[in-house]
Design a protein around this ligand. Sequence first.
Ligand SMILES: [Zn+2]
Length: 223
Amino acid sequence: MTEILIENVIRSRRRTIALIVTPDAHLIVRAPLRAPDAVIEAAIREKSGWILKKICEMKKRPQAVPHSYGEGEIFWFLGRPYPLHIADDGGTTIRRTDRLVVPRTIRPDIPRAIRHWYMEEAAKEIRSRCMWFSMMTGYSPTGIRITNATQRWGSCNHRGGLNFSWRLIQAPLSIVDYVIVHEHVHLRQPDHSKRFWEKVEGLMPDYRKRREWLRENERLLRI
Ligand SMILES: [Zn+2]
């Protein structure tokens, strides 16, 4: 049998053991503070079939290739591919036409400049979608912040502010909208209870399909 490697054991004041296979195909164990190692090992043995299946599934999902910032390399914006073009036209700012046009003068810090561009574009797009969904839901965030998060596409803080990762803007608009609706509903319903999902479904009847897309493709967004 394939050996199952534990990436991390997180102990907390919980009563049960939970096994989580991350999108990177790592196993994380959540366990009660005083659970003996033998009990954790037994739980893993018992669920080994499920764990191996899940690891295999995660490995098959599409994976992002780190950017090398070469001519013609694809950059995603709202679900569309834009080949990178390093331009010698004397321009000073990044532009999105049918390509992502980056003036050569920005060198050597093209990665930073592109990230900065993504953040600004994400801010514009996400703020305007948030305005629309605030109107639709009647829930208004106290603020909207664009973050550099690599795992959480959206989150909601206790002061009623919403955070979104700039990386989300690489996904199609329907997926961006799903994350925005999800976080707006959290403004009233902080958990993931049945009521929470009912509210999401009321606003976005096909949310399951969008959530599934995000689960399948989230690694693509982690550039
Ligand atoms: Zn949530």
